[in-house]
Design a protein around this ligand. Structure first.
Ligand code: IVH
Length: 705
């Protein structure tokens, strides 16, 4: 990621980030559905990756935005009907993306840090092309092909055994010797370019629509309910990974690939082993240069840690292994005309300039808006209305204006003047002084109108009804604005009072333009369905600064009921004592988040909002997920030096088993794992009567989990 692009996210307010995040989640889910269930992607892979990367970047910068429902935590979508569903014995993972050399180097550094490797130790990498097809899992029992499945959502795929049997490169019985009792081969089904052109010619001759690209053709051909159609399609398969294995595999990834060849699979001939990251990056450039001349589409490169014991230790995080990364080919830029600059106002009053562009295709997507971040950015790049500009979509999904093409500037173009009043309510818009000494100003100019500014009030209400909050269908942006303007909905609780108001005859929604009795009833149904609400969504819906979905969940998980949560917030107001300390001890909740929450509750009008709502809505207590792990739901503290694993590795294992890891010992701690050199934390644990174990006991505890 270049400085410029990371700066872009830095400059988003939390609210803008949350709004953008919610929007991205909706978009990505729809693209997932189109891609996985319909085989008819609407945008290019590069464009999808950019959306996805932007989501990741947002979640990296605003961790509270991530959560179990985010697409970053899931692979693909739940499979559609038609084929039998099959759970994968091991999840089918996806890959994290790197968009430049630096991110690949960082990947290797992360691996080193995680494993605690000495500098002298070599991290051997497998470098290979990323095939642009669809992944499949082939299960062999005693050397015989018994099940073939699509990836689906990564956990459950579709049974396409019959179709896969028709592929030449899917052996029905494995050749060679030394075959594990159970061996799941993972790889990519693809169509060569030559086969794709032939198929499209045939399609055209038969008066059928051609396929857009080889990947779509491969996907469409694989997911045929009529097996004879699949059999007639020229599909190929490259093996590159594996799922469940019962039997010994050996010590390195490359050695397993060699064995796969002996068993009868095609393994990509360009796969090679590299001893340094620079060598791997050289290979990337070499293959990138050959890309056009290959007979199959590739959309990047993949690097994998070769040693299998290291792969095992590195494990995975959410949806992707820590031991592999995809290095995508660079994104595109395009030139277009900047037609206008409009200034939008967010939920917190922040003014954001947006460039309106002459529509242009960049990376397969038509772009007509680009973010300009803030007024300093416009001034720095000297962007003027009417300029020819270079726009780019790279990693970041929101298109960026990279630069102005000054040679093409019109003689009468004037420097852009940023407004000092709010474009929505006309109140003054000011920049706060961040540092009195240097006079440094906040990047964003903000409207001072507060709740009299419709943009802010309405944005807060929109957040409240948005999909990850109360998720009220039928109360969209337009309706919220209209109801707000008429004074029918001023605060969230008013939403739940609307039906009574309508029934009393004071207003009659059904007679309004755009409404009818049915749509009014449907809206009230949607509202009434939300009269019971999970605590975490309730917290998220309040729109407290810094409390996105992930933090809302952490608070819900820790306090379990609205009553306890409110009581804790009130008791922590003085910022001393155990209640405050316990809040800070929730893993993932820092001072910033805790203080934001306590400050929010400290405002009487916010408490009023919650009380009014609680009179209308039953807030359900948090119910912890059931799990069989011996450390599930426990709060652990690691202290001292661990010798068999790094602190990161221990933390990752603990979290994967459902435990929380905290940095300090408090009354909420359940277990302390102490290595040599541990000091005050052990003492404190002993004082509080908390169990303390050593590393050996810790390993014994997790080994059987
Ligand atoms: S390895 C656990 N290697 O890319 C590792 N994946 O964006 C799993 N893909 O889901 C994947 N070529 O469908 C791997 N040489 C390659 C690949 C490859 C294409 C696909 C695969 C994966 C997706 C992730």
């Amino acid at each position: 990621m270049t400085d410029k692009l990371s700066q872009a996210i830095d400059q988003l307010s939390r609210d803008q980030a949350a709004a953008e995040h919610a929007d991205l989640v909706v978009q990505i889910k729809e693209h997932n559905r189109l891609y996985y269930s319909e085989d008819s992607p609407f945008i290019s892979d590069a464009a999808y990756d950019q959306l996805f990367q932007r989501l990741r970047n947002l979640e990296d910068s605003f961790p509270e935005l991530s959560g179990p429902l985010s697409p970053t935590q899931k692979v693909g979508v739940t499979p559609s009907g038609g084929f039998k569903k099959v759970p994968h014995a091991r999840p089918m993972l996806s890959l994290d993306n790197a968009f430049n050399d630096e991110e690949v180097r960082e990947f290797v550094l992360r691996v080193r840090r995680f494993l605690g490797l000495e500098e002298s130790e070599t991290v051997g990498l497998i470098a290979e092309p990323k095939i642009d097809g669809l992944s499949a899992s082939l299960r062999y029992e005693n050397g015989v092909f018994v099940l073939g499945a699509t990836r689906g959502d990564g956990q459950v795929g579709e049974d396409i055994t019959a179709n896969l049997r028709t592929l030449k490169e899917v052996p029905i019985r494995l050749g060679g010797g030394d075959i594990p009792k159970v061996m799941e081969i993972r790889g990519e089904i693809y169509m060569s370019r030559e086969a794709f052109f032939r198929l499209n010619q045939a399609q055209e001759m038969a008066g059928k629509p051609p396929f857009a690209n080889p990947r779509n053709a491969a996907a469409g051909s694989t997911r045929q309910l009529d097996t004879s159609v699949t059999a007639s399609r020229p599909l190929s398969f490259f093996a590159y990974a594996w799922g469940e294995v019962e039997g010994d595999l050996g010590a390195s990834h490359i050695a397993v690939l060699e064995r796969m060849k002996e068993w009868g699979f095609s393994v990509n001939p360009l796969i090679c082993k590299c001893n340094t990251v620079e060598e791997a990056l050289d290979k990337y450039r070499l293959i990138e240069a050959q890309r056009a001349s290959l007979d199959y589409d590739i959309d990047g490169f993949v690097y994998k840690v070769d040693r299998l014991d290291w792969q095992e230790r590195l494990g995975m995080v959410s949806r992707a292994p820590r031991w592999a990364i995809a290095h995508k080919f660079p994104a595109e830029q395009a030139e277009t005309m900047l037609l206008d600059i409009v200034v939008q106002v967010g939920r917190t009053g922040a003014l954001t300039p947006v460039a309106k562009l002459e529509p242009v295709t960049v990376g397969g997507v038509v772009v007509s808006n680009a973010t300009l971040h803030n007024e300093d950015e416009i001034a720095r790049k000297d962007i003027r209305i009417g300029d020819s500009v270079v726009v780019q979509r790279a990693g970041d999904v929101i298109p960026q204006v990279v630069r102005v093409i000054e040679d093409k500037r019109l003689a009468d173009a004037k420097p852009y003047e940023f407004p000092d009043t709010c474009p929505v309510c006309d109140s003054h818009a000011v920049r706060e002084v961040l540092d009195a000494e240097t006079g440094q100003l906040e990047a964003k100019r903000r409207c001072t109108g507060g709740l009299i500014c419709p943009a802010q009030a309405v944005e807060r209400l929109r957040h409240f009804v948005s999909r990850n909050a109360f998720d009220i269908d039928g109360l969209g942006h337009k309706q919220i604005l209209a109801f707000w303007e008429e004074g029918l909905i001023k605060s969230p609780a008013d939403i739940f009072r609307l039906e009574a108001l309508n029934r009393s005859g004071e207003v009659d929604l059904a007679t309004r333009e755009g409404w009818g009795a049915l749509s009014v009833d449907n809206m009230f149904d949607a509202i009434n369905q939300r009269r019971k609400m999970e605590l975490e969504r309730f917290i998220y819906a309040l729109g407290v600064p810094h409390i996105g979905r992930a933090n809302a969940r952490l608070l819900a998980k820790s306090y379990r009921s609205l009553g306890d949560l409110m009581a804790a917030g009130a008791a922590a107001f003085t910022r001393d004592g155990l209640v405050y300390e316990d809040m800070l001890n929730i893993d993932g909740i820092g001072i910033k988040v805790a203080d934001a929450f306590i400050d929010f509750l400290g405002e009487p009008h916010n408490r009023q909002v919650i009380e009014d709502l609680a009179a209308e809505v039953e807030v359900l207590d948090f119910v912890p997920a059931e799990t069989s792990s011996p450390i599930a739901d426990l709060t652990l503290v690691f202290t001292g030096t661990l010798e068999k694993m790094t602190r990161n590795e221990a933390k990752a294992r603990a979290e994967a088993l459902g435990a929380k890891v905290s940095g300090s010992v408090s009354a909420k701690t359940d277990l302390v794992i102490a290595g040599p050199g541990a000091g005050s934390k052990v003492k404190k644990a002993q004082e509080l009567g908390i169990r303390v174990i050593d590393e050996e006991a810790w390993i014994a505890l997790i080994e059987n989990a």
